[in-house]
Design a protein around this ligand. Structure first.
Ligand SMILES: *Cc1c(COP(=O)(O)O)cnc(C)c1O
Length: 363
């Protein structure tokens, strides 16, 4: 490999302190590392999208306000169009929130361990980050909420269900955070379809709750890069003011609109994924693995022995899970996404083999 050229202009000094966000893209046959849907979207949806694409006027800019897509999402959630902001993946929604409400001299707050991109995106937008700790069961305590109040953030991120630990945050806790802080409370519900509750009914112009959702998980459209938030209309106006003009291309708007016609098929997947998740958990417990409860499409677990070696042993058997073992507060932990029944069987048998061979080596 050639050496990297020397930069002639220095980039922002604070960026040097920010570690890049990486999820290994290794060539394996069973990919259970990024919490995508194991099922492709319904064939009828793909057909409808491809045929509608023929009529797109490609020489014209797309609808800047993504009106029809936003109308569809507003109808889905029982809110007004003015309460919906759409972007290229929920990560771009999070970035827009940081651009509009963060920035130099402002603070964003997270409860760790949580979705690494909340802190990461905040830092990229030069927002200061205050990371508070969850307790040993990964719950947000009243003591942590008291610290949140003292930190006076303009943005507090609450991931529910929480990635990578799995459980939803209790509604009372989100209320407590809203009462304690004066800024936005951004509830990231990327796995909201798996949760027993949603903060969407709490979104109102006289409250500070913003709910972020994505098409990347239950909607089986991670490749499309589409996400949105349900927010007070004054938040949506602020987010629109930081979005690039025409940031959502016509093909994507169309896909989003049409996918909403398949909501029940998409939601049906959550039911069998939950059944598979519980089957996987039980089988892993039988293998002597510590498994945390999950309200999502993945489980966090701690295998006996050295986690990195278990991860590598799984890769040797063409199974890829997420290695969280070097992340703060997740010592020895791995995270597996729930796949198809066949993929889950392959994961379980590979895990069984790896643990058995590690045991033998330890003898
Ligand atoms: C997967 C995930 C997202 C999705 O991001 P996209 O940019 O929409 O693909 C957002 N938040 C959390 C917590 C996630 O786990």
């Amino acid at each position: 490999m050639s050496e990297r050229p020397k930069p002639l202009v220095a980039s922002r000094a604070d960026l040097a302190l920010i570690e890049g966000y990486h999820s290994a893209q290794v060539d394996v046959s069973v990919r259970l590392n990024t919490n995508e849907s194991p099922a492709s979207p319904p064939a009828a949806f793909v057909e409808a999208w491809l045929s509608a694409l023929r009529d797109v006027e490609l020489h014209r800019y797309p609808d800047r306000g993504a009106r029809r897509l936003r109308e569809g999402l507003a109808a889905l959630h029982g809110v007004e169009v003015e309460n919906v902001f759409v972007a290229n993946g929920s990560n771009e929604v999070l970035q827009s929130i940081c651009l509009a409400y963060g920035g130099a001299g402002r603070r964003a707050l997270t409860f760790e361990p949580s979705y690494a991109l909340h802190a990461h995106i905040a830092r990229i937008t030069a927002t200061d980050v205050v990371e508070l700790a969850r307790d040993s069961d990964f719950a947000i305590t009243s003591a942590a909420v008291a610290l949140a109040k003292a930190a006076d953030p303009t943005i507090t991120f609450v991931c529910s269900p929480n990635n990578p630990t799995g459980a939803a945050v209790a509604p009372e806790v989100v209320r407590e955070i809203e009462d304690a802080t004066a800024g936005l409370v951004v509830v990231d519900e990327a796995y909201g379809q798996f949760s027993s509750w949603t903060a969407v009914p709490w979104v109102a112009d006289d409250r500070r709750i913003v709910v972020v959702r994505t098409f990347s998980k239950t909607w089986s459209l991670a490749g499309l890069r589409l996400g949105y938030c349900i927010a007070p209309s004054w938040v949506v106006s602020a987010l629109e003011s930081v979005a690039l003009p025409y940031h959502l291309d016509a093909a994507k708007q169309l896909a989003g609109e049409l996918s909403l016609g398949f909501a029940s098929e998409m939601n049906d997947r959550t039911a069998w994924i939950v059944v598979e998740r519980e089957r996987l958990r039980d089988a892993m417990v039988d293998l002597g693995v510590t498994v945390w409860p999950s309200d999502a499409n993945f489980v966090l677990f701690r295998p006996p022995g050295e986690a990195r070696a278990v991860w590598a042993g799984l890769v040797d058997r063409s199974v890829l899970v997420r290695d969280c073992s070097s992340w703060p507060r997740l010592d020895g932990c791995l995270r597996v996404t729930i796949g198809t029944p066949r993929e889950n069987d392959l994961f379980l048998s590979a895990l069984g083999e790896v643990l058995a061979s590690n045991l033998k080596e330890g003898e």
